[in-house]
Design a protein around this ligand. Structure first.
Ligand code: URA
Length: 186
């Protein structure tokens, strides 16, 4: 089922981002892990490789996961928007809305126990989906939220986007602490 969905994503033409892409990026990792990490949209290297978080932000994400004894085979990593926006701009409302059919279906199929949205785009989208008010990435980092879904209890554990940590390394410890929390939930 997830494979079929990912095949659809790789050939999607629902919005104009498909015209500029090298590869769509459905996501990767263990869909049965119960843990889904969600970023904003692919950047340059993700577009080239068709894999999520393989550029500079991805290296920091890998290092931070490794720091708590996790890696990308023990979680599932994806993005709200599956194709790279030009110049890595923030995806538009329309692009996000159009593409959200895919993240919605992925979440239904994987039925995770824990979702970690990285940064404002993923945080805002996810909070809206579950009827919560998004307090902004700085306040949300490390605050866990419990929601009830058709599949049972879900914990939402937001963290800064790794790109924000690369720009502002003095938030590194706050960012790492959220991964310690994530590890404790597993
Ligand atoms: N930034 C994201 O939000 N997602 C990626 O896959 C890479 C960088």
């Amino acid at each position: 089922m997830l494979d079929n969905l990912h095949a659809q994503i790789t050939t999607c033409t629902n919005c104009s981002l498909h015209k500029l892409r090298t590869n769509a990026v459905p996501g990767e990792g263990n869909p049965k892990s119960g843990i889904v990490i969600i970023g904003e949209a692919p950047g340059h290297w993700e577009d080239v490789q068709g894999k999520p978080f393989v550029g500079r932000s991805g290296k920091l994400l890998d290092k931070t996961l490794n720091g708590v004894g996790l890696d990308r085979t023990k979680v599932f990593i994806t993005n709200i928007v599956k194709c790279r926006p030009p110049e890595n701009r923030r995806p538009s409302k329309d692009e996000t809305e159009t593409c959200s059919t895919y993240i919605n279906q992925q979440l239904e199929l994987m039925a995770p126990r824990v979702i970690m949205p990285l940064g404002n785009t993923a945080g805002e989208w996810l909070f809206k989906k579950y009827g919560l008010d998004w307090p902004g990435a700085t306040k949300a980092n490390g605050q866990s939220y419990e929601v009830s879904t058709l599949f049972g209890k879900l914990t939402i554990l937001p963290a800064f986007h790794p790109a924000a940590i690369l720009r502002n390394p003095n938030r590194t410890e706050d960012f790492q602490a959220v991964f310690t929390q994530l590890k404790a939930l597993i």
